[in-house]
Design a protein around this ligand. Structure first.
Ligand code: FEO
Length: 404
């Protein structure tokens, strides 16, 4: 569905010229329940500068915004902060309309762009950290941010309007009629911001931490990311949240994530969750087939401990548990206490398969899995409660325990 969104003034001579995608629900497997936006920005100084583009199907909307603002004046520069196709997908169409524009990006961006687009004849100006670009009444500044989110990525800073164009960082998959943080539901935005961090950026926490420190040199009145709303009122809130997330600071929360065939593993999961609660920590019981990988990864971010449970199916763990562990292995959550549990009928099974898999991941387990045959008996359930109590006690020592 196309929106009739018009360009929106951020401040001074800067306008949002992106696209609000109300209908997207699957973003390379990320479940985007509230849609998304592909933000692009236009600076109309003596030189006309476009910062980023939009996903390919929405090139016409971006070009419409540019026509509305520029009234036939051509772009001088297109700054590409990041060339993943959700931001650079329209670059060929924009270059067709503005063939004289110079593309400003990192060396790596230029290399990657040439794989997705026919860049022959395009003029490039490659930049790196500390470089500046004079566009009239200000010089844009650049800060390379490798792996936030791709090796090519960078931030662009406008010192005149004190706007940081932060590309994927601080973004949210969130469609809204308001463009700013003070025009939308704050709770929803923060839910989407943490979900975005957990699912897109968690793996790169160390790099983001370094970038946050470097970006601290900028005086910022506005953070304009490539997805979702623009931060102008709650900048300190989102920076403080990122400070927690990059350190993976856990809360006293234990996830009990399980699958089940004939209720045995579910009964074990409930007993473990009971133990967590008895210890005084928060327990979250998540059935992997109903909870969705995107939401589970979000819960993982600030959890102190995780119990993974699966019954045995054909000598293996259940397929959705395999999918979850694969997904989490890629995201590399750190500092979690891990317990494995499950029921089986005979021989080696799901708990062994999960243990084998996790040995190659950041999720290390130091205790023997809780394994029962067929149905858990009373004594075995007591062992589950006791294991849950232990996880709860560990969680209560989390750095953020006092803050809840
Ligand atoms: Fe929104 Fe890494 O692209």
């Amino acid at each position: 569905m196309k929106t009739a969104a018009r360009s929106v003034r951020l401040t001074g001579d800067i306008h949002w010229v992106g696209y609000v995608d109300w209908t997207v629900r699957d973003f390379h497997s990320y479940h985007t329940v509230r849609g998304s936006t592909y933000n692009a920005y236009l600076i109309e100084d003596k030189k006309k500068v476009l910062i980023d583009t939009v996903k390919a199907p929405y090139a016409g909307d971006l070009l419409g915004h540019l026509r509305e603002r520029l009234k036939g004046v051509p772009l001088d520069y297109i700054v590409m902060n990041h060339v993943e196709p959700d931001h650079a997908g329209s670059i060929s169409r924009v270059m067709e309309s503005h063939p004289g524009a110079v593309l400003v990006c990192t060396e790596k961006s230029r290399d990657i762009l040439s794989r997705y687009h026919n860049t022959a004849g395009w003029r490039f100006h490659t930049v790196g950290t500390g470089d500046r670009l004079d566009i009239g009444n200000r010089s844009l500044q650049f800060l390379q941010t490798p792996m936030v989110h791709w090796p090519d990525s960078m931030f662009t800073y406008d010192p005149r309007e004190r706007v940081l164009f932060s590309m994927d960082a601080f973004g949210q998959h969130y469609a809204s009629s308001g463009r700013f943080d003070d025009e939308v539901n704050r709770v929803e935005v923060m839910q989407e911001a943490v979900k975005y961090y957990a699912n897109i950026l968690m793996l790169y926490g160390r790099q983001i931490k370094r970038v946050l420190k470097q970006a601290g040199d900028f005086s910022i009145d506005m953070i304009a990311p490539s997805h979702g709303i623009i931060w102008r009122r709650h900048i300190s809130d989102i920076l403080e949240k990122y400070g927690r997330w990059v350190d993976s600071r856990p809360r006293p929360k234990v996830l009990v994530i399980y699958d089940s065939m004939w209720e045995s593993t579910r009964i074990m999961a409930q007993a473990i969750a009971r133990g967590v609660t008895e210890a005084g920590a928060e327990a979250k019981l998540l059935w992997v087939r109903a909870s969705g990988l995107t939401d589970i990864a979000t819960e993982v971010l600030d959890s102190a401990a995780i119990a993974f449970g699966s019954p045995t199916l054909n000598k293996e763990m259940m397929p959705m548990m395999g999918a979850l562990l694969t997904y989490l292995k890629g995201l590399e959550p750190r500092g979690k206490e891990v317990l494995l549990f499950g029921s089986t009928g005979w021989g080696r099974g799901a708990t062994e398969a999960m243990a084998d898999f996790l040995r190659k991941s950041s999720l290390k387990t130091t205790t023997e899995p809780l394994k029962v045959f067929w149905r858990p008996g009373e004594g075995e359930l007591e062992r589950c409660v006791s294991a849950g109590r232990r996880l709860g006690e560990i969680a209560l020592k989390a750095p953020e325990a006092k803050q809840g």
